[in-house]
Design a protein around this ligand. Structure first.
Ligand SMILES: [Zn+2]
Length: 321
């Protein structure tokens, strides 16, 4: 029996913004002051390498926030920042890369630029919100993307990025966004999970660039790995990751069953499905829930189990085949 994910979710006290926290022998963290309902207390930027002298890597420099960049640069004073690793191009992860690179001369590593499908989907959302007289840019930290970031070195799955004190195996983990990477650090049996696995919350899968089938494949793959600690960009570390990932997978399978059961009663659109399935959540999260339901429906469609009328868009009515 898998423990429900709601019983495994973790919390932590709000951090002292701009303060360096030593979270393990080779890893320090500084949290940016960009808390939101999608970023928890904010973006946790990791510095990997010994605490003084020598070479270090920075993972996810964070949002374009001068105070955060200054705190990061102060933390690595006297050290050589040789590598900047970016998990993905959401606005709370990559925009500070440019300033940190300019100050340190580090080489940047990432899967690739912000995906076209995500740019298009965001433009459509902004247009719909504007037409409906709503705020086109809600302060959710995941609204748009960082279209300026282009990695110096484009990473593919299984690439290894190594420096003086660190060795990272790069895992391509699409789902939350198609250019998402996780970084497995051999020295501490630690996986830097970005937004792919977070301790404080489940991950938003914004279809169509976000792909639930890919996401679940990525989770299944983690079950066979040996890392004992996960360090997400948001929230606390996960120190018993396998049961946690099993619970995330089971949570998604349960959602899929709920959607199939709801559609069993007749065709429904996404808003009706959200009302049916997520009756217990805050209305402010209904949009994110709708995006997640859309991701499930697209995955069901790919498996030949559901069809959309007139086509697979957010307004369509969906029915079982
Ligand atoms: Zn993200």
């Amino acid at each position: 029996m898998v423990t429900p994910i709601t019983e495994l979710l973790l919390t932590e006290e709000p951090p002292e913004y701009g303060q360096v926290e030593q979270v393990s022998p080779l890893v320090r963290r500084i949290v940016a002051e960009n808390p939101s309902r999608f970023t928890y207390h904010g973006t946790g930027t990791f510095i990997v390498g010994p605490g003084c002298g020598g070479e270090v890597a920075i993972i996810d420099p964070g949002p374009a926030d001068n105070a955060h960049v200054s705190a990061l640069l102060a933390a690595v004073e006297g050290q050589a920042v040789t590598h900047i690793l970016v998990t993905h191009t959401h606005p709370d992860h990559s925009p500070a890369t440019a300033a940190v690179k300019a100050a340190t001369g580090a080489t940047t590593y990432g899967f690739g630029p912000h995906p076209e499908a995500a740019i298009k989907a965001h433009e459509e959302r902004v247009q719909q919100a504007t037409e409906a007289g709503e705020d086109p840019e809600p302060d959710d930290g995941e609204g748009g993307g960082d279209t300026d970031f282009v990695p110096d070195e484009a990473i593919v799955d299984a690439d290894v990025v190594a420096g003086e004190h660190f060795t990272f195996e790069c895992l391509h983990t699409p789902g939350h966004i198609s250019n998402h990477l996780c970084f497995a650090m051999a020295e501490e049996q630690t996986l830097f999970t970005g937004d792919h696995v977070m301790g404080w919350s489940t991950t938003v899968i914004p279809a169509p660039d976000g792909d639930l089938a890919d996401y679940m494949d990525g989770l299944s793959r983690l079950l066979g790995r040996s890392e004992t600690t996960y360090r997400p960009t948001h929230g606390p570390a996960i120190t018993d990751p396998v049961p946690f990932v099993a619970a995330l997978l089971s949570h998604r399978l349960h959602r899929e069953e709920q959607i199939v059961a709801a559609l069993g009663a007749g065709p429904m659109d996404i808003a009706a499905l959200v009302g049916d399935i997520y009756s217990d959540i805050d209305e402010a999260l209904h949009k994110a829930a709708g995006a997640s339901v859309f991701a499930h429906l697209l995955a069901l469609q790919r498996k030949g189990r559901a069809t959309a009328d007139p086509g697979p868009d957010p307004e369509a009515k969906w029915f079982l085949n």
